[in-house]
Design a protein around this ligand. Structure first.
Ligand code: SF4
Length: 351
């Protein structure tokens, strides 16, 4: 992997490939849910698409956050991106707030999106029901998401199942805007994550830092062992020699992602036969998780020792993203008649 951003000739390589956009909130170092649900797929998509990968800090501020922690969280997520193999020579990696056009396009989309469409979003209903005072940003969140994608006129968006409804709204916004102001935006297609919903160590909720049920991809092997030791297993298995049910155990699901395929039948058989205890089963899983990310840990410690390299990647990514975003916004303003300079000064610069 190269150490810094946008390489010469990328425009040529991008020719003829479809464009992908995806974003992730800056919650610090990635965890295995982020990896299985998104990052692993993003690394593969770089081979086939022209990709824009964004750290969406403007989405993050719609929830609870501590300003003093935000820069570190952005940096740590950027390190995770690069450590798992996102390649700035092939992909545009940047921070959302470095490209002002995201919020500008979101405002434009506010003008074509009915409030009712936003109010029926499942995620809005869920999050707003848990808050006394609901910020408008929480309601408008999917509009900003639509702007993120459509700003780059991306045709494909890797998403988890819980984001399909938002993507459908983005398609609807594209249709509405195109219908009113003329064809400009493609209707982006979902590329579904093959991993499905990744449950946390509690075996109940989606893996997420806010639930405290994660394993960090850059954790040291001892820390991974300590975290995995807390994982919930088959609740019917009380004693070591009780027969277990791997099909209901989230530890087994994680084995299927990290343990070599040829060992999976043995893990299942020993669980069912009560010949291997859960403690040992979890130790084996933790070892495989640790091994899986050994290379990523080494890359991350190199990057943390040279933060200037990470900043250079994000700066170059933002520069390239801004170039693409401005092309779209110029077309948006032109088609919407927001070109008053032309009236007064026919050769005027639209910016
Ligand atoms: Fe889960 Fe492994 Fe225990 Fe079976 S032995 S219940 S798969 S942790």
């Amino acid at each position: 992997m190269a150490e810094q951003g946008a390489g010469e000739g990328r425009e040529d390589r991008a020719e003829g490939r479809g464009r992908v956009f995806s974003g992730m909130q800056p919650s610090g170092e990635a965890h295995i849910g982020n990896y299985l649900g998104a990052l692993r797929q993003w690394v593969e998509l770089q081979e086939r698409y022209e990709c824009f990968f964004c750290i969406v800090d403007e989405h993050a501020i719609t929830g609870e956050f501590t300003p003093a922690e935000l820069p570190e969280r952005v940096f740590d997520l950027a390190v995770s991106f690069l450590a798992v193999g996102l390649d700035p020579e092939r992909s545009t990696i940047f921070v959302q707030s470095d490209v002002a056009e995201h919020v500008r396009l979101a405002w434009i989309f506010n003008s074509v999106t009915p409030v009712g469409d936003l109010e029926r979003m499942t995620q809005y209903k869920d999050k707003s029901s848990r808050r006394e005072s609901v910020p408008a940003g929480l309601l408008n969140y999917p509009i900003l998401q639509a702007a993120d994608i459509l700003l780059y006129r991306a045709g494909h968006v890797p998403v988890g199942e819980d984001q399909i409804q938002h993507l459908e709204l983005a398609r609807e916004i594209a249709r509405r805007w195109n219908g009113r102001f003329g064809d400009l935006f493609p209707e982006p297609e979902a590329i579904l994550s093959p991993a499905g919903r990744i449950l946390g160590l509690d075996g109940a909720a989606k893996m997420s830092k806010s639930m405290g049920n994660t394993v960090g991809i850059l954790d040291e092997p001892e820390a991974i062992q300590a975290r995995v030791r807390t994982a919930v297993t088959d609740p019917q298995r009380i004693r070591r020699d009780d027969p277990g049910r791997p099909e209901v155990c989230n530890v087994f699901t994680l084995h299927q992602h990290f343990t070599p395929a040829e060992q999976i039948p043995d893990i299942a058989a020993q669980c069912r036969g009560g010949t291997r205890g859960c403690v040992e089963c979890k130790q084996i899983l933790a070892e495989h998780i640790g091994d899986h990310f050994a290379e990523a840990r080494a890359r991350a410690s190199e990057l943390k020792a040279h933060p200037d390299r990470v900043l250079a990647v994000l700066d170059a990514g933002a520069e390239r993203a801004r170039r693409e975003a401005r092309k779209t916004m110029d077309a948006v303003r032109e088609q919407m008649g927001m070109v008053w300079r032309k009236r007064l000064q026919p050769t005027g610069d639209l910016r």
